[in-house]
Write a protein that binds this ligand. Structure first.
Ligand code: C2E
Ligand code: CA
Ligand code: CA
Length: 585
């Protein structure tokens, strides 16, 4: 006897619970809830489990878990150290350039002030010579000296001397013998480098008297040297290149520094523990110098580091957290699944559904397969659940429909009695996209009534108010509906009453009990009786032994799936077997 498959064969029947003995229903309910849920992992591809599946490789990166973790760890360490090292390096660079800039600006300012002083001296001498007073210490001359004093901020006193005796100044007559000058420049200017005068006792002045003039200027050395800083660690001064000696200075000048200047306008260098800048005047025979201990740079670095390092630590903490977060995201199962969907890593196998009476292949169930680029297979029992949890199942279903559409293109024109079954998840039964996908699939395969079958577990029927109209529409398209894994949930009977169904798939866990002397072995006859009463076509799942097949056959179960008949196989293999069988007939 040939059991026909198709809408006309899957009896279009509403569930009429009244037809069913209330006693049996109650008895079944009690028995069914005691049945343990089916073992989670089945099927031929079970090499992996959650622990080393989702996380053993990162498909996004195409590398294994160890490499990904190493990258995350090294990235994390870099994220922690890099900002700190960078902040210290930046602080060092910043301080060094600050110190260089500061030392240079000190030397420049000394040069600027001394040049200005020389200009003011020249102006004073010119004015006094032009006045041509016969007596340089006359009241008129002293008044003029007073006026010139006021005009020149770099020059403290203007006076007159003869034979090294300072005779008068803007302050009047106060003859004082200066003695021999400290040095005389090559052009004959006499210089007293550290001279006390009665006008301001206790203060050392720089006294300069150009050759053959008598007029003299008195300068407070600090006028040139009080530049920006009175830090005792900073050496600053003015050097006469022609006289080859220091004119004024604060701090010790090392004569060998000049060798570094050579003929250059300016040099910067580190000598021993000091950072030194020397600048040559562009128009006078002076050079200014400034130096400060390199240790000051470190001191500044320490201060900057005190601010920057905590910022660096904070930034690195944030970076490390980000790296960790990204690494976890990268390795998370949903991310892995998403990448797999994008890369189209899923394929299909088809498990034949046989007629228990004739052994003829009447249809096939499309079963998804995930072969990772690393060569690992992931069991659908694992990733389908994860995809449902991650909200990705609808995308998977869409890819499954596309693949079936491509595999079974116009299949039913050649095999009009054959059917292909597709598994739907709960979310699919809540989405109109499923209807659109099935309509497209129907067109691609040239399906007639009953050529396509959808399988949904009890969980899919839970939101009855949403699922029911969708299932009704699916059936309206000539697609049959099967309740999958029947009996493994908790309220199977109520589903049978609520939904319009065509088929009932007897779960493998019940088939396994056949011939065994267990409490659950009593369930199968009840399920069979109930399905018959409701005129549902039965498909027994997971048939592995001839005894099971015989029992099912004898009890009127029409169809079966299981390793006894055929394992899930690629579509090409399925078609090859179908053609061979057809040729035999
Ligand atoms: P399987 O291929 O490892 O699939 C396991 C489960 O993943 C399926 O159980 C189904 O719930 C889900 N699944 C597979 N493909 C899809 C899909 O495209 N979409 C959705 N939403 N879910 C999918 P189901 O439906 O009960 O399938 C029967 C399972 O039993 C298959 O495992 C099949 O390979 C396996 N099987 C068939 N015959 C035998 C047998 O004789 N012995 C054993 N141990 N296993 C068998
Ligand atoms: Ca199924
Ligand atoms: Ca099943």
């Amino acid at each position: 006897m040939k059991v026909e498959i198709g809408q006309r064969h899957f009896c279009d029947l509403r569930i009429i619970s009244a037809k069913f003995s209330p006693f049996l229903l109650r008895a079944l309910s009690v028995t069914l809830v005691r049945v343990p849920p089916p073992v989670a992992v089945r099927g031929p591809i079970q090499r992996s489990c959650m622990g080393d599946l989702g996380f053993s490789t990162s498909p996004v990166l195409g590398m294994n878990k160890k490499a990904a973790i190493w990258i995350a760890v090294v990235g994390g360490i870099l994220a922690i150290t890099a900002p700190i090292v960078f902040s210290i390096y930046w602080a060092y660079k910043h301080n060094l350039s600050n110190q260089i800039e500061f030392t240079d600006s000190v030397a420049s300012e000394v040069l600027r002030r001394s040049s200005e002083g020389v200009d003011q001296m020249d102006a004073i001498y010119t004015a006094l010579l032009n006045a041509a007073e016969p007596d340089p210490c006359s009241p008129e001359s002293i008044r003029l000296m007073g006026q010139l004093n006021l005009k020149s901020d770099q020059i403290q006193v203007v006076g007159y001397m003869k034979d090294n005796v300072f005779l008068c100044s803007a302050y009047g007559h106060h003859p004082v013998a200066l003695g021999a000058p400290t040095f005389t420049t090559p052009v004959g200017t006499k210089v007293w480098a550290s001279q006390e005068l009665p006008i301001l006792p206790g203060t050392k002045f720089l006294v300069m008297a150009p050759k053959g003039m008598g007029y003299t200027v008195v300068i407070l050395p600090n006028t040139f040297l009080n530049v920006f800083t009175d830090d005792p660690h900073i050496t600053v001064g003015l050097y006469s290149l022609s006289a080859q000696r220091v004119i004024v200075s604060r701090g010790a000048f090392e004569p060998q520094w000049l060798e570094r200047l050579g003929t250059a306008q300016q040099v910067q260098f580190i000598d021993k523990e000091n950072f030194v800048v020397i600048r040559r005047s562009s128009r006078l025979e002076f050079a200014s110098f400034a130096s400060q201990p390199v240790a000051k740079v470190h001191e500044g670095l320490y201060k900057t580091a005190l601010v920057l390092v905590p910022i660096g630590v904070l930034a690195s903490g944030l970076l490390a957290l980000t790296v960790l977060h990204l690494a976890r995201q990268q390795l998370s199962f949903p991310a892995v699944l998403k990448a797999a969907l994008k890369r189209k890593e899923f394929t299909l196998n088809y498990q034949p559904v046989v007629d228990l009476q004739t052994g003829q292949w009447m249809g096939a169930e499309a079963l998804i397969r995930w072969l990772r680029p690393t060569g690992d297979s992931v069991s659908p029992d694992v990733f389908i659940k994860a995809a449902e949890k991650a909200g990705l199942i609808k995308e998977i279903t869409a890819q499954v429909m596309d693949m079936v559409g491509r595999d079974a293109y116009q299949l039913f024109t050649k095999y009009p009695d054959f059917h292909i079954a597709i598994n739907l998840s709960a979310a699919d039964l809540e989405s109109r996209a499923t209807i659109d996908g099935l309509a497209k699939l129907s067109r691609a395969t040239g399906a007639g009534p009953g050529n396509l079958l959808v399988e949904a577990t009890e969980r899919g029927f839970m939101k009855a108010d949403i699922a029911n109209p969708i299932l009704r529409e699916i059936r309206g398209m000539g697609i049959s509906v099967a309740i999958d894994d029947f009996g493994t949930g908790y309220s199977s009977l109520s589903y049978l009453e609520t939904f319009e169904l065509d088929c009932l798939k007897i779960d493998k866990s019940f088939v396994d009990t056949l011939g065994k002397d267990s409490a659950t072995s009593q369930v199968v006859p009840h399920i069979i009786e109930m399905a018959k009463s409701l005129k549902l076509t039965m498909i027994a799942e997971g048939v592995e032994t001839p005894a099971q097949a015989q029992y099912l056959r004898e009890h009127g179960v029409q169809l079966a799936q299981g390793w006894l008949f055929a394992r899930p196989m690629p579509f090409a293999e399925l078609i090859a077997s179908l053609s061979a069988a057809k040729a035999l007939r």
